[in-house]
Design a protein around this ligand. Structure first.
Ligand code: ADP
Ligand code: MG
Length: 229
């Protein structure tokens, strides 16, 4: 079991004088798929950013791990200068190699980068500028960078946005494979049918935790209506 354990205690997040999250208490057990659901603006992305240390929260977040603490992250949006002269293969190479990618991809990582691109169905598009990719292609690239090196914790923020059915099926199998290896997966997902199908636990967030538990038990129609309407 290599997955990471996350314990969130009394987390409150205030941004621009507005309370975004309030009194969040949550344990994310290792080696399981945890989904976060809730209405737009409920604070799901902000909770992930708190865990990643990207926003100044109050309260405590403990991250426990056995051997390594590699975190793979697929953000909801890629804040990106569209005209930046960076190709798909460079985008992956700069994550791994020390030398600047305008000097070429290191021989050491060329094979890894090519393999990842093939796996994600992006090999043919490796010379394209990242700014010119379609939404779904960009998601494939973001997923590629998140799964190598193999993470102990995979954080996904609505990774299927813009992706086609084949891509979605493929990523579901990637996610299930990682889970079977004991990797912890924390996943914001709005497809409740898939949450029931894939998640071990689900937590609904609308500033505070609305409910949390086994998706097959807690995701009944009444509850969903009260939270999403
Ligand atoms: N940097 C920020 N400053 C002020 N408000 C923010 C900031 N980032 C997010 N918010 C607000 O926090 C709320 C929750 O946003 P978010 O975490 O993105 O929700 P979700 O991912 O559930 O849709 C939204 O109302 C959003 O406008
Ligand atoms: Mg969000």
């Amino acid at each position: 079991m290599s997955g990471i354990l996350i314990e969130i205690k009394n987390l409150t997040l205030t941004l621009s004088n507005t309370k975004i999250l309030e009194n969040i208490n949550l344990t994310v057990e290792p080696g399981k798929i945890h989904c976060l659901v809730g209405p737009n603006g409920g604070g799901k992305t902000s909770l992930l950013k708190s865990i990643l240390g990207q926003v100044p929260y109050e309260g405590e977040i403990f991250i426990s791990y056995e051997k390594s603490k590699i975190i793979g992250y697929v953000p909801q949006y890629l804040d990106f200068e569209k005209t930046l002269p960076i190709t798909v293969e460079d985008f992956l190479a700069i994550i791994y190699q020390k030398k600047p990618c305008f000097l070429g991809i290191s021989r050491k990582y060329k094979k890894t980068v090519d393999e990842l691109l093939r796996k994600m169905g992006m090999y043919e598009k490796r010379k394209r500028l990242v700014g010119n990719l379609s939404g779904g292609e960009r998601q494939r690239l973001l997923l590629a960078q998140a799964i190598y090196p193999e993470p102990d914790l995979l954080i996904l923020d609505e990774p299927f946005t813009g992706i086609d059915v084949l891509g979605e099926e493929y990523f579901k199998s990637v996610i299930n494979n990682l889970k079977n290896k004991g990797i912890t997966i924390l996943w914001i997902h709005h497809n409740l049918k898939q949450v029931i199908e894939m998640a071990d636990t689900v937590t609904c967030i609308k500033k505070e935790i609305q409910f949390s538990g086994d998706p097959k038990k807690v995701l009944d129609n009444d509850k969903i209506l009260t939270v999403f309407s």
